[in-house]
Design a protein around this ligand. Sequence first.
Ligand SMILES: [Zn+2]
Length: 332
Amino acid sequence: MTSHSAVESRRNDGIELSGKPSSRSTLAGLLSCCVALAALTSCGTTLPATTTAANATPKACAADAGWNDPATPLRVHGNTWYVGTCGISALLVTSPEGHILIDGATPQAGGQIVDNIRTLGFEPEDVRAIVFSHEHFDHTGGLADLQAATGAPVLARAPAVDTLKRGASDRSDPQFLVLESFPAVADVRTIADDEVVKVGPLALRAVPTPGHTAGGTSWTWRSCEGDDCRQMVYADSLTAISDDVYRYSDEAAHPGYVATFRDTLARVAALRCDILVTPHPSASRLWSRIGPAASEPLADTGACRAYAQKAAERLDKRLADEAAAPAGKATP
Ligand SMILES: [Zn+2]
């Protein structure tokens, strides 16, 4: 247990996290509405100066931005906000009763994410739960700092729990030999496959998507902008990529891994999916879809299917390469 006031209650249909209503929650909610209203000019004079920054013209992120390049935080849709760096995604899903943060980016990025949350007019202390995509340092590296800043537990599917607590992967990870370690996370709680994480009116479903890592998880929820409600999907990385030793086709070493990976690809392809965001923004062409350089529609109901299809082609190619190369000589 941390010193945070969050209480966790388990019900048949999910895990609910709540906290003492923060004196700031209402303000954050108001700010949320206010920021929503606006490209604005007239949001009122009572708002903190920081809110102004959220309304300033955001700096465009390059499609090939570095992992730690700072990004201007911005709205994705409704109560879903981009708070990551230009190169690695993090999302904040907000409500007047508390927020859920998705992903922590690199060990260097935790502070940027905290600043981005504040820039949007929200308080890090109102984050009630932190979830993530997959247990690699470029997505979990900032989680320890973010837990310290928010007091919120980090929720993980079982295969990722030990990696988070250690701050290091093991040989079950295809990329084990090339992965960097990251700051260990103190308060990790296990969630079930398809569990729904609830904070106030928020309900985010943990879609199990093992393959890129064993603990990989995609997230889906509904965000509304007035009557315009969209099914949001934060689809995990689905790339078949490894160090020089690992072979996906080695059924003796990890029985069923490829079949599980294929199930994941089918699951992502079948998701109801209006707006896709991925842990690496480039994988879903995010900076062509939001922000000042956007030139393509944000919503695309075929986006998850296309994303999974591309990953399936890559997995097929990888397995063909393994079949063509003697054991131990697989190309990553
Ligand atoms: Zn990864």
